[in-house]
Design a protein around this ligand. Structure first.
Ligand SMILES: NC(=O)c1ccc[n+]([C@@H]2O[C@H](COP(=O)([O-])OP(=O)(O)OC[C@H]3O[C@@H](n4cnc5c(N)ncnc54)[C@H](OP(=O)(O)O)[C@@H]3O)[C@@H](O)[C@H]2O)c1
Length: 429
Protein backbone atom coordinates (compact mmCIF):
# COMPACT_ATOMS: atom_id res chain seq x y z
CA UNK A 1 0.00 0.00 0.00
CA UNK A 2 1.46 3.34 -1.01
CA UNK A 3 2.19 6.04 1.55
CA UNK A 4 1.48 8.88 -0.86
CA UNK A 5 -1.81 10.53 -1.74
CA UNK A 6 -3.46 10.17 -5.15
CA UNK A 7 -6.43 11.75 -6.86
CA UNK A 8 -8.68 9.04 -5.41
CA UNK A 9 -7.09 9.32 -1.95
CA UNK A 10 -6.37 13.02 -1.56
CA UNK A 11 -5.30 13.39 2.07
CA UNK A 12 -1.97 12.41 3.63
CA UNK A 13 -3.59 12.50 7.08
CA UNK A 14 -7.10 12.46 8.54
CA UNK A 15 -7.48 13.24 12.26
CA UNK A 16 -10.47 11.15 13.38
CA UNK A 17 -12.01 12.21 16.70
CA UNK A 18 -10.66 15.72 16.11
CA UNK A 19 -13.36 17.24 18.34
CA UNK A 20 -12.30 15.23 21.41
CA UNK A 21 -10.22 16.71 24.19
CA UNK A 22 -7.02 15.11 22.86
CA UNK A 23 -8.12 15.36 19.23
CA UNK A 24 -8.14 19.18 19.34
CA UNK A 25 -4.46 19.21 20.37
CA UNK A 26 -3.60 16.65 17.69
CA UNK A 27 -5.22 19.02 15.18
CA UNK A 28 -3.01 21.87 16.42
CA UNK A 29 0.07 19.65 16.23
CA UNK A 30 -0.67 18.61 12.63
CA UNK A 31 -1.10 22.32 11.87
CA UNK A 32 2.35 23.01 13.38
CA UNK A 33 4.06 20.11 11.59
CA UNK A 34 2.35 20.26 8.21
CA UNK A 35 5.52 21.49 6.46
CA UNK A 36 7.25 18.23 7.40
CA UNK A 37 5.39 16.09 4.87
CA UNK A 38 7.23 14.27 2.07
CA UNK A 39 7.07 17.22 -0.37
CA UNK A 40 7.27 19.88 2.30
CA UNK A 41 3.56 19.83 2.97
CA UNK A 42 0.78 17.67 4.34
CA UNK A 43 -2.70 17.68 2.89
CA UNK A 44 -5.05 16.83 5.71
CA UNK A 45 -8.63 16.72 6.95
CA UNK A 46 -10.41 16.45 10.27
CA UNK A 47 -13.13 13.87 10.88
CA UNK A 48 -15.74 13.14 13.51
CA UNK A 49 -19.44 12.74 14.03
CA UNK A 50 -20.41 16.42 14.28
CA UNK A 51 -19.58 18.91 11.53
CA UNK A 52 -20.38 21.83 13.84
CA UNK A 53 -17.92 20.63 16.52
CA UNK A 54 -15.24 20.03 13.87
CA UNK A 55 -15.72 23.55 12.53
CA UNK A 56 -15.22 24.94 16.04
CA UNK A 57 -12.02 22.88 16.46
CA UNK A 58 -10.62 24.27 13.20
CA UNK A 59 -11.56 27.80 14.25
CA UNK A 60 -9.78 27.38 17.60
CA UNK A 61 -6.71 25.83 15.98
CA UNK A 62 -6.56 28.64 13.40
CA UNK A 63 -6.68 31.17 16.24
CA UNK A 64 -4.12 29.40 18.46
CA UNK A 65 -1.66 28.94 15.60
CA UNK A 66 -2.43 32.38 14.11
CA UNK A 67 -3.18 30.68 10.80
CA UNK A 68 -6.64 31.81 9.64
CA UNK A 69 -6.15 29.96 6.33
CA UNK A 70 -6.51 26.61 8.17
CA UNK A 71 -10.30 26.99 8.11
CA UNK A 72 -10.26 26.94 4.30
CA UNK A 73 -7.33 24.59 3.77
CA UNK A 74 -8.43 21.74 6.03
CA UNK A 75 -11.47 19.77 4.92
CA UNK A 76 -14.12 18.22 7.17
CA UNK A 77 -15.30 14.62 6.90
CA UNK A 78 -18.32 13.43 8.86
CA UNK A 79 -17.84 9.84 10.06
CA UNK A 80 -19.35 7.89 12.93
CA UNK A 81 -18.03 4.69 14.49
CA UNK A 82 -21.62 3.39 14.54
CA UNK A 83 -21.89 3.83 10.75
CA UNK A 84 -19.48 1.48 8.89
CA UNK A 85 -20.21 3.08 5.50
CA UNK A 86 -19.10 6.47 6.81
CA UNK A 87 -15.88 4.90 8.18
CA UNK A 88 -15.21 3.18 4.84
CA UNK A 89 -15.77 6.46 2.99
CA UNK A 90 -13.34 8.23 5.36
CA UNK A 91 -10.67 5.52 5.03
CA UNK A 92 -10.84 5.59 1.22
CA UNK A 93 -9.86 9.26 1.24
CA UNK A 94 -6.81 9.17 3.52
CA UNK A 95 -3.34 7.61 3.33
CA UNK A 96 -3.16 7.55 7.12
CA UNK A 97 -5.83 7.88 9.82
CA UNK A 98 -4.83 9.40 13.19
CA UNK A 99 -7.46 7.78 15.38
CA UNK A 100 -8.23 9.76 18.58
CA UNK A 101 -11.62 8.13 19.29
CA UNK A 102 -11.55 6.30 22.61
CA UNK A 103 -12.00 4.39 24.86
CA UNK A 104 -10.64 2.11 22.17
CA UNK A 105 -12.19 -1.01 23.66
CA UNK A 106 -15.58 0.44 22.66
CA UNK A 107 -14.82 2.43 19.53
CA UNK A 108 -11.47 1.22 18.18
CA UNK A 109 -12.12 -2.01 16.30
CA UNK A 110 -14.49 -0.67 13.61
CA UNK A 111 -11.83 1.91 12.74
CA UNK A 112 -9.02 -0.68 12.46
CA UNK A 113 -11.31 -2.91 10.36
CA UNK A 114 -12.29 -0.04 8.05
CA UNK A 115 -8.64 0.99 7.66
CA UNK A 116 -7.49 -2.52 6.80
CA UNK A 117 -10.38 -3.16 4.40
CA UNK A 118 -10.03 0.18 2.66
CA UNK A 119 -6.26 0.46 2.48
CA UNK A 120 -5.62 3.30 4.95
CA UNK A 121 -2.72 3.06 7.40
CA UNK A 122 -3.61 3.85 10.99
CA UNK A 123 -1.98 5.28 14.11
CA UNK A 124 -3.66 5.48 17.51
CA UNK A 125 -2.91 6.71 21.03
CA UNK A 126 -4.45 3.78 22.83
CA UNK A 127 -3.15 2.81 26.27
CA UNK A 128 -5.31 -0.31 26.64
CA UNK A 129 -3.28 -3.55 26.27
CA UNK A 130 -6.40 -5.64 25.70
CA UNK A 131 -7.37 -3.62 22.65
CA UNK A 132 -3.83 -3.36 21.31
CA UNK A 133 -3.10 -7.07 21.63
CA UNK A 134 -6.61 -7.99 20.43
CA UNK A 135 -6.09 -6.00 17.22
CA UNK A 136 -2.79 -7.77 16.63
CA UNK A 137 -4.47 -11.15 17.06
CA UNK A 138 -7.44 -10.33 14.83
CA UNK A 139 -5.99 -8.11 12.09
CA UNK A 140 -2.24 -8.68 11.73
CA UNK A 141 -2.49 -11.23 8.90
CA UNK A 142 -5.15 -9.31 7.01
CA UNK A 143 -3.22 -6.05 7.38
CA UNK A 144 -0.05 -7.81 6.15
CA UNK A 145 -1.90 -9.13 3.07
CA UNK A 146 -3.20 -5.68 2.28
CA UNK A 147 0.11 -3.93 3.01
CA UNK A 148 -1.55 -1.75 5.65
CA UNK A 149 0.38 -0.58 8.74
CA UNK A 150 -1.62 -0.31 11.98
CA UNK A 151 0.59 1.17 14.68
CA UNK A 152 -1.01 1.40 18.13
CA UNK A 153 0.01 3.16 21.37
CA UNK A 154 1.70 6.12 19.65
CA UNK A 155 1.01 8.56 22.51
CA UNK A 156 2.62 8.98 25.90
CA UNK A 157 1.53 5.35 26.23
CA UNK A 158 3.92 3.97 25.01
CA UNK A 159 6.34 5.98 22.86
CA UNK A 160 8.75 7.14 25.62
CA UNK A 161 8.96 3.63 27.12
CA UNK A 162 9.15 1.62 23.90
CA UNK A 163 11.47 3.96 22.02
CA UNK A 164 13.40 4.64 25.25
CA UNK A 165 14.29 0.96 25.59
CA UNK A 166 15.41 0.85 21.93
CA UNK A 167 17.43 4.04 22.38
CA UNK A 168 19.11 2.57 25.49
CA UNK A 169 19.91 -0.61 23.57
CA UNK A 170 21.35 1.35 20.64
CA UNK A 171 23.53 3.54 22.89
CA UNK A 172 24.88 0.57 24.85
CA UNK A 173 28.22 -0.73 23.55
CA UNK A 174 27.64 -4.47 23.77
CA UNK A 175 24.54 -6.57 24.49
CA UNK A 176 21.86 -4.91 26.60
CA UNK A 177 19.86 -7.52 28.52
CA UNK A 178 17.61 -5.67 30.99
CA UNK A 179 16.14 -2.22 31.56
CA UNK A 180 14.07 -0.73 34.35
CA UNK A 181 12.31 2.57 33.76
CA UNK A 182 11.17 5.09 36.36
CA UNK A 183 8.64 7.70 35.35
CA UNK A 184 8.27 10.98 37.24
CA UNK A 185 5.99 13.83 36.32
CA UNK A 186 6.11 17.37 37.59
CA UNK A 187 3.56 20.15 37.61
CA UNK A 188 3.49 23.89 38.25
CA UNK A 189 1.71 25.79 41.05
CA UNK A 190 -1.74 25.01 39.59
CA UNK A 191 -1.12 21.27 39.62
CA UNK A 192 -1.72 18.68 36.91
CA UNK A 193 -4.83 17.00 35.60
CA UNK A 194 -5.85 14.31 33.09
CA UNK A 195 -9.04 14.36 31.02
CA UNK A 196 -11.97 12.09 31.70
CA UNK A 197 -11.41 10.12 28.41
CA UNK A 198 -8.30 8.47 29.88
CA UNK A 199 -10.04 7.93 33.24
CA UNK A 200 -12.82 6.00 31.46
CA UNK A 201 -10.30 3.93 29.49
CA UNK A 202 -8.60 3.00 32.80
CA UNK A 203 -11.89 2.10 34.54
CA UNK A 204 -13.09 -0.24 31.81
CA UNK A 205 -9.60 -1.63 31.26
CA UNK A 206 -9.20 -2.65 34.89
CA UNK A 207 -12.76 -3.97 35.14
CA UNK A 208 -12.03 -6.29 32.22
CA UNK A 209 -8.44 -7.28 33.07
CA UNK A 210 -9.33 -11.00 33.38
CA UNK A 211 -10.03 -11.14 29.64
CA UNK A 212 -6.49 -10.02 28.85
CA UNK A 213 -5.08 -13.25 30.31
CA UNK A 214 -7.31 -15.45 28.13
CA UNK A 215 -6.54 -13.29 25.08
CA UNK A 216 -2.80 -13.80 25.62
CA UNK A 217 -3.21 -17.56 25.71
CA UNK A 218 -4.61 -17.41 22.16
CA UNK A 219 -1.26 -16.19 20.79
CA UNK A 220 0.31 -19.44 22.02
CA UNK A 221 3.65 -17.73 22.58
CA UNK A 222 6.56 -19.44 24.30
CA UNK A 223 8.21 -17.23 26.94
CA UNK A 224 11.04 -15.11 25.53
CA UNK A 225 14.49 -16.44 26.52
CA UNK A 226 16.07 -14.69 29.51
CA UNK A 227 19.57 -13.46 28.71
CA UNK A 228 21.73 -12.25 31.61
CA UNK A 229 20.45 -12.04 35.17
CA UNK A 230 16.68 -12.45 35.46
CA UNK A 231 15.19 -9.08 36.34
CA UNK A 232 13.60 -8.96 39.80
CA UNK A 233 10.01 -7.78 40.11
CA UNK A 234 9.84 -5.06 42.72
CA UNK A 235 7.09 -4.89 45.31
CA UNK A 236 3.77 -3.03 45.00
CA UNK A 237 5.22 -0.03 46.88
CA UNK A 238 8.91 0.61 47.54
CA UNK A 239 11.39 3.41 48.05
CA UNK A 240 13.45 3.78 44.89
CA UNK A 241 17.09 4.75 45.42
CA UNK A 242 17.26 5.38 41.68
CA UNK A 243 14.85 8.32 41.74
CA UNK A 244 14.85 8.96 45.51
CA UNK A 245 11.12 8.65 46.03
CA UNK A 246 8.41 6.10 46.74
CA UNK A 247 7.49 4.18 43.60
CA UNK A 248 4.96 1.67 42.32
CA UNK A 249 4.82 -0.64 39.29
CA UNK A 250 3.58 1.32 36.27
CA UNK A 251 0.01 0.26 35.58
CA UNK A 252 -0.31 1.41 31.95
CA UNK A 253 0.33 -0.30 28.64
CA UNK A 254 4.13 0.14 28.60
CA UNK A 255 5.20 -3.32 29.84
CA UNK A 256 2.86 -5.00 27.35
CA UNK A 257 4.00 -2.82 24.43
CA UNK A 258 7.73 -3.11 25.20
CA UNK A 259 7.43 -6.88 25.54
CA UNK A 260 5.65 -7.16 22.18
CA UNK A 261 8.37 -5.05 20.55
CA UNK A 262 11.09 -7.21 22.08
CA UNK A 263 9.34 -10.36 20.86
CA UNK A 264 9.10 -8.95 17.33
CA UNK A 265 12.77 -7.90 17.27
CA UNK A 266 13.88 -11.27 18.67
CA UNK A 267 11.75 -13.43 16.42
CA UNK A 268 11.96 -11.39 13.19
CA UNK A 269 15.42 -9.83 13.52
CA UNK A 270 17.30 -12.18 15.80
CA UNK A 271 18.02 -9.47 18.39
CA UNK A 272 18.74 -10.29 22.04
CA UNK A 273 15.50 -9.74 24.02
CA UNK A 274 15.72 -6.99 26.63
CA UNK A 275 13.85 -7.73 29.87
CA UNK A 276 11.83 -4.78 31.09
CA UNK A 277 10.38 -3.49 34.36
CA UNK A 278 8.29 -0.28 34.46
CA UNK A 279 7.83 1.83 37.58
CA UNK A 280 6.41 5.25 38.40
CA UNK A 281 7.52 7.60 41.13
CA UNK A 282 4.80 8.63 43.56
CA UNK A 283 6.68 11.19 45.68
CA UNK A 284 6.80 11.51 49.45
CA UNK A 285 4.72 9.96 52.19
CA UNK A 286 1.66 12.26 51.79
CA UNK A 287 1.40 11.34 48.09
CA UNK A 288 1.69 7.66 49.04
CA UNK A 289 -1.23 7.99 51.47
CA UNK A 290 -3.38 9.72 48.81
CA UNK A 291 -2.47 7.07 46.25
CA UNK A 292 -3.34 4.25 48.64
CA UNK A 293 -6.75 5.73 49.45
CA UNK A 294 -7.55 6.53 45.80
CA UNK A 295 -6.19 3.12 44.70
CA UNK A 296 -8.27 1.18 47.21
CA UNK A 297 -11.45 3.06 46.30
CA UNK A 298 -10.72 2.51 42.61
CA UNK A 299 -10.07 -1.26 42.96
CA UNK A 300 -13.23 -1.64 45.04
CA UNK A 301 -15.65 0.42 42.92
CA UNK A 302 -14.36 -0.75 39.55
CA UNK A 303 -15.60 -4.31 40.23
CA UNK A 304 -19.33 -3.46 40.16
CA UNK A 305 -21.33 -1.68 37.49
CA UNK A 306 -22.83 0.61 40.17
CA UNK A 307 -19.32 1.45 41.38
CA UNK A 308 -18.09 2.06 37.83
CA UNK A 309 -20.97 4.47 37.25
CA UNK A 310 -19.96 6.39 40.36
CA UNK A 311 -16.32 6.50 39.26
CA UNK A 312 -17.38 7.76 35.82
CA UNK A 313 -19.72 10.39 37.29
CA UNK A 314 -17.28 11.80 39.84
CA UNK A 315 -13.71 11.51 38.48
CA UNK A 316 -12.44 14.45 40.50
CA UNK A 317 -13.70 13.11 43.80
CA UNK A 318 -12.30 9.62 43.33
CA UNK A 319 -8.91 10.76 42.02
CA UNK A 320 -8.25 13.70 44.39
CA UNK A 321 -8.72 16.05 41.44
CA UNK A 322 -6.16 14.29 39.24
CA UNK A 323 -8.80 13.42 36.58
CA UNK A 324 -11.59 15.77 35.55
CA UNK A 325 -14.29 16.15 32.92
CA UNK A 326 -12.81 19.52 31.90
CA UNK A 327 -9.21 18.26 31.54
CA UNK A 328 -6.14 20.38 32.29
CA UNK A 329 -6.02 24.11 31.60
CA UNK A 330 -3.47 25.48 29.12
CA UNK A 331 -1.54 26.92 32.08
CA UNK A 332 -1.43 23.52 33.83
CA UNK A 333 -0.21 21.97 30.59
CA UNK A 334 2.48 24.60 30.05
CA UNK A 335 3.87 24.04 33.54
CA UNK A 336 3.89 20.21 33.42
CA UNK A 337 6.57 17.84 32.21
CA UNK A 338 7.74 14.22 32.46
CA UNK A 339 11.01 12.37 32.92
CA UNK A 340 11.53 8.71 32.09
CA UNK A 341 14.81 7.44 33.57
CA UNK A 342 16.10 4.13 32.15
CA UNK A 343 18.56 1.93 34.05
CA UNK A 344 20.01 -0.73 31.79
CA UNK A 345 22.54 -3.52 32.23
CA UNK A 346 24.27 -5.93 29.93
CA UNK A 347 27.55 -7.29 28.62
CA UNK A 348 30.34 -5.24 27.08
CA UNK A 349 31.48 -6.01 23.54
CA UNK A 350 33.40 -9.26 23.43
CA UNK A 351 31.73 -10.65 26.58
CA UNK A 352 29.59 -13.74 26.07
CA UNK A 353 26.06 -12.96 27.40
CA UNK A 354 25.54 -16.66 28.16
CA UNK A 355 28.48 -16.64 30.62
CA UNK A 356 28.54 -14.90 33.99
CA UNK A 357 26.76 -11.82 35.22
CA UNK A 358 26.22 -8.56 33.28
CA UNK A 359 29.32 -6.38 33.58
CA UNK A 360 28.17 -2.96 32.36
CA UNK A 361 25.45 -0.45 33.07
CA UNK A 362 23.87 2.46 31.24
CA UNK A 363 21.54 5.22 32.35
CA UNK A 364 19.47 7.14 29.81
CA UNK A 365 16.69 9.68 29.97
CA UNK A 366 13.63 10.53 27.90
CA UNK A 367 12.09 13.81 28.96
CA UNK A 368 9.45 16.05 27.54
CA UNK A 369 6.51 18.37 28.02
CA UNK A 370 3.12 17.63 29.60
CA UNK A 371 2.45 13.97 28.80
CA UNK A 372 -1.25 13.66 27.87
CA UNK A 373 -1.99 16.59 25.58
CA UNK A 374 1.37 18.01 24.54
CA UNK A 375 3.74 15.01 24.33
CA UNK A 376 1.00 12.67 23.08
CA UNK A 377 0.04 14.82 20.04
CA UNK A 378 3.75 15.36 19.24
CA UNK A 379 4.42 11.61 19.40
CA UNK A 380 1.34 10.71 17.37
CA UNK A 381 1.95 13.29 14.65
CA UNK A 382 5.68 12.48 14.42
CA UNK A 383 4.81 8.77 14.11
CA UNK A 384 2.59 9.65 11.15
CA UNK A 385 5.18 12.01 9.61
CA UNK A 386 7.82 9.26 9.95
CA UNK A 387 5.58 6.78 8.15
CA UNK A 388 4.88 9.22 5.32
CA UNK A 389 8.54 10.18 4.91
CA UNK A 390 10.27 6.86 5.47
CA UNK A 391 8.08 4.07 4.08
CA UNK A 392 11.17 2.07 3.08
CA UNK A 393 12.34 1.87 6.71
CA UNK A 394 9.13 0.37 8.09
CA UNK A 395 8.82 -3.43 8.47
CA UNK A 396 8.81 -5.09 5.03
CA UNK A 397 5.19 -6.17 5.25
CA UNK A 398 2.15 -4.38 6.59
CA UNK A 399 0.62 -5.59 9.86
CA UNK A 400 -0.39 -4.55 13.35
CA UNK A 401 2.76 -3.26 15.04
CA UNK A 402 4.03 -1.62 18.21
CA UNK A 403 5.89 1.68 17.78
CA UNK A 404 9.25 0.00 18.46
CA UNK A 405 8.59 -2.70 15.85
CA UNK A 406 7.41 -0.15 13.28
CA UNK A 407 10.04 2.55 13.85
CA UNK A 408 13.21 0.73 15.00
CA UNK A 409 14.96 1.51 11.68
CA UNK A 410 13.63 5.02 11.11
CA UNK A 411 14.65 8.49 12.30
CA UNK A 412 11.61 8.68 14.60
CA UNK A 413 13.69 9.31 17.73
CA UNK A 414 15.51 12.23 16.04
CA UNK A 415 12.19 13.67 14.95
CA UNK A 416 10.78 13.38 18.49
CA UNK A 417 13.95 14.96 19.87
CA UNK A 418 13.56 17.98 17.54
CA UNK A 419 9.99 18.41 18.76
CA UNK A 420 10.86 18.45 22.47
CA UNK A 421 10.71 14.77 23.46
CA UNK A 422 14.39 14.45 24.17
CA UNK A 423 16.53 11.34 24.45
CA UNK A 424 19.94 11.43 26.15
CA UNK A 425 22.59 9.20 27.73
CA UNK A 426 23.32 10.16 31.35
CA UNK A 427 25.93 7.62 32.35
CA UNK A 428 27.76 4.56 31.09
CA UNK A 429 29.69 2.42 33.57
N1 LIG B 1 -1.62 7.44 25.04
C1 LIG B 1 -1.83 8.47 25.79
O1 LIG B 1 -0.97 8.85 26.53
C2 LIG B 1 -3.16 9.19 25.69
C3 LIG B 1 -3.23 10.55 25.97
C4 LIG B 1 -4.45 11.19 25.83
C5 LIG B 1 -5.57 10.45 25.45
N2 LIG B 1 -5.47 9.12 25.22
C6 LIG B 1 -6.63 8.31 24.82
O2 LIG B 1 -7.33 8.96 23.78
C7 LIG B 1 -8.70 8.62 23.85
C8 LIG B 1 -9.53 9.90 23.79
O3 LIG B 1 -9.37 10.61 25.01
P1 LIG B 1 -10.03 12.05 25.20
O4 LIG B 1 -9.68 12.48 26.55
O5 LIG B 1 -9.67 12.90 24.04
O6 LIG B 1 -11.58 11.66 25.14
P2 LIG B 1 -12.82 12.50 24.62
O7 LIG B 1 -12.61 13.95 24.81
O8 LIG B 1 -14.02 11.88 25.23
O9 LIG B 1 -12.85 12.26 23.04
C9 LIG B 1 -13.46 11.16 22.47
C10 LIG B 1 -13.62 11.41 20.99
O10 LIG B 1 -14.30 10.28 20.45
C11 LIG B 1 -15.35 10.75 19.64
N3 LIG B 1 -16.43 9.77 19.52
C12 LIG B 1 -17.11 9.16 20.52
N4 LIG B 1 -18.04 8.34 19.98
C13 LIG B 1 -17.91 8.42 18.63
C14 LIG B 1 -18.57 7.83 17.53
N5 LIG B 1 -19.57 6.98 17.70
N6 LIG B 1 -18.16 8.15 16.29
C15 LIG B 1 -17.16 9.04 16.09
N7 LIG B 1 -16.50 9.63 17.08
C16 LIG B 1 -16.88 9.34 18.34
C17 LIG B 1 -15.83 12.01 20.31
O11 LIG B 1 -16.58 12.77 19.39
P3 LIG B 1 -17.51 14.00 19.81
O12 LIG B 1 -16.60 15.17 19.96
O13 LIG B 1 -18.45 14.13 18.67
O14 LIG B 1 -18.19 13.63 21.10
C18 LIG B 1 -14.50 12.63 20.66
O15 LIG B 1 -13.97 13.26 19.51
C19 LIG B 1 -8.88 7.83 25.15
O16 LIG B 1 -8.92 6.46 24.83
C20 LIG B 1 -7.64 8.15 25.95
O17 LIG B 1 -7.26 7.14 26.85
C21 LIG B 1 -4.28 8.49 25.32
Amino acid sequence: MALAPSSARPYHLIVFGASGFTGQFVVEEVGRSSAEGPDGSVKWAVAGRSRARLERVLERAAETLSRPELKEEVDIIVADVEDPDSLAAMCKQGVLILNCVGPYRFYGEPVVKACVENGAHCVDICGEPQFLEGMQLSYHSQAAEKGVYVVGSCGFDSIPADMGVLYTRDQFKGTLTAVESFLTASAGPEGACIHDGTWQSAIYGLADSGKLRSLRKKFGYKPLPVVGTKIKRRSALFYSDEIQQYSVPFMGADPSVVKRTQRFLTEEHNKTPVQYGAYAGVGGISSVVKLLIAGMMFWFFVKFSFGRNLLIKFPEFFSFGFFSKEGPTRKQMEDSSFRFAFFGEGYTEGQDPSQGKPNAKIRTLVQGPEPGYVATPIAMVQAAITMLNEPGSLPKKGGVYTPGAAFANTTFIDRLHKHGIQFSVLEVS
